[in-house]
Design a protein around this ligand. Structure first.
Ligand code: BMA
Length: 336
């Protein structure tokens, strides 16, 4: 690797990590990770991915002997008054009616716009992976607003309209067009109504991220600051031919969190980026799990105190929290 890890030293991992784990669930759960987190109606709210209906032993057997893994996924809900201690809602949910075509929703991201909470998520379907957006006022009823064509995922919404349009970051996966497997970039599109999306623009290519030799994707919905829209993303460094710790046999992808600043009026323009990873796996709960060495950020909250809370899935197994001051975070972002 040709990059340093000095920026990671500015991050404080919460001593209570992992904050959310399967053992806390009052319903079937094997893995709880990749959450969206926001502040809504005076509380912190988290929606996390809950994988169930199989055990760790079945994962290991599946990977080594090709045994059938009867994977199921739904979404868990949790509320908190401080962003650290979470109360888990008694039942998991699915944000729309499942059918023969749509299997499940996962990797949710939450954005509050004009007092309503919007949730972006990926949907595995018989015809590919699609990005969906639903809206809720109470986390009981969700109205599905739009679904992309396959393959697209990791969508995040900006918390306000820009130039009169809703804006989202997204991550299409052009399997043939990029010439090599897994070279996927971050894009932006806009909408007058949350339903019809267009005017797609490239935001950040993998070639501009020194700590990526594979794919990148949007992480948490952007946060507005004086310096621009601050947003975290994930970047994958593939250790070709090496075996990283995992329950799943051959795992060679290390996932880092990165951070960038987008222009306040034209968020398709990157005005600054941290040239090193911001968060890397270093603790046991990040290095060891279903897929070790995976840091997958999905929520970012700027507190009035200037603290930025970054929520991330660790090792595709649990949900964790890291903090950093907003000024420090901005100062890490240099011109591309
Ligand atoms: C991505 C998604 C994420 C997952 C990550 C690491 O492709 O499937 O849900 O966290 O891989 O396994």
């Amino acid at each position: 690797m040709t990059f340093e890890f000095t920026a990671c030293q500015a991050i404080v991992k919460n001593p209570r990590n992992p904050l959310i784990k399967s053992a806390m669930m009052p319903y079937p759960s094997t893995l709880t990770f990749n959450a969206g987190v926001t502040k809504f109606q005076g509380r912190y709210v988290m929606v996390f991915r809950n994988d169930y209906n199989f055990t760790r032993e079945e994962i290991e057997a599946h990977e080594t002997a090709g045994a059938r893994l009867d994977l199921k996924i739904n979404l868990g809900l949790a509320f908190s008054n401080d962003g650290i201690n979470w109360e888990i809602s008694p039942k998991p949910f699915v944000p729309f009616e499942l059918n023969d075509e749509w299997f499940w929703a996962y990797d949710p991201r939450l954005t509050v716009i004009d007092g309503r909470c919007y949730m972006c998520f990926a949907v595995d379907t018989r015809h590919g992976i699609r990005g969906g957006i639903a809206v809720t006022d109470d986390f009981e009823r969700f109205d599905l607003l739009t679904m992309t064509v396959p393959d697209n995922r990791n969508m995040v919404l900006f918390p306000e309209k820009i130039g009169g349009s809703y804006i989202r970051l997204e991550r299409p996966f052009p399997v043939y067009g990029r010439g090599r497997k897994d070279i996927f970039d971050i894009w932006l599109s806009e909408s007058p109504d949350m339903k019809f999306w267009g005017n797609h623009k490239l935001v950040l290519g993998t070639e501009n991220v020194a700590f990526c030799n594979d794919k990148i994707g949007p992480g948490a919905p952007p946060v507005k600051t004086q310096a621009g829209w601050l947003t975290v993303f994930h970047a994958v460094w593939r250790h070709w031919g090496e075996k990283l710790y995992s329950w799943a046999g051959n795992w060679e992808k290390e996932y880092f969190a990165g951070v960038m600043l987008l222009d306040i009026d034209d968020p398709s323009k990157v005005v600054g980026i941290c040239r090193e990873p911001l968060i890397k796996a270093e603790n046991q709960y990040e290095l060891e799990g279903y897929r070790g060495s995976v840091i997958f950020p999905g929520g970012m909250i700027l507190e009035d105190s200037g603290e930025v809370k970054i929520y991330y899935g660790a090792a595709d197994t649990t949900e964790c929290l890291a903090s950093i001051g907003v000024d420090r975070l901005i100062s890490l972002c240099k011109k591309l």
